[in-house]
Structures are given as C-alpha cells and as structure tokens.
Design a protein around this ligand. Structure first.
Ligand SMILES: [Zn+2]
Length: 86
C-alpha cells in the first residue's frame, strides 16, 4: 500500500481507478492504468519517439516506471500503449 500523500495527482488517479495491489513492485502497461509523470531533473537523453526532442516524462503504471520519452510521446503511450506514432 503506497502512502497516498506522496503520490502525484496522476498516480493518485491511477491508484483510485486501478487499485494499489503490488504498487511500486509490478507494473504492466496492459493490465494497469497508465499515467505520465515529469522527470526531475530533466533527462538529457534523446527521445526515441521520432520527435528529435528530449525525454521529459516517465510512462508509469502501478507506481513503476515502464518507459521514458518526451511529453507528447508519453501522452501517446498513456492513450494508446505505444510511444511511437503509428
Ligand atoms: Zn518524443
């Protein structure tokens, strides 16, 4: 059980929707609620979605970071499960 006070608003929403079983231990992009969190400090790694930008956000599920990309890429991942545009 995570400390709900320490969760970001996005994480809290995902926890409310999907529950908190194995939170922070097992995250599945297909079985858990996907959400985005900003990377702090900002990563200098290049994003791989094809935008030529930097990775600024984490793709999270069940408290586990599954991927990182730019904001657009992660928003796409949250919506579709894929960082790259089809
Ligand atoms: Zn990108």
């Amino acid at each position: 059980m995570p400390n709900l006070n320490e969760l970001s608003p996005a994480a809290l929403k995902a926890a409310m929707e999907g529950g908190t079983q194995a939170w922070g231990q097992i995250g599945s992009a297909s079985e858990n609620v996907r959400y985005a969190e900003p990377i702090t400090p900002k990563s200098r790694k290049k994003c791989w979605c094809g935008c030529e930008g930097k990775r600024t956000h984490k793709g999270m599920a069940n408290g586990v970071c599954l991927t990182t990309a730019c904001h657009m890429g992660i928003l796409r991942w949250v919506k579709t499960g894929s960082v790259k545009a089809k």
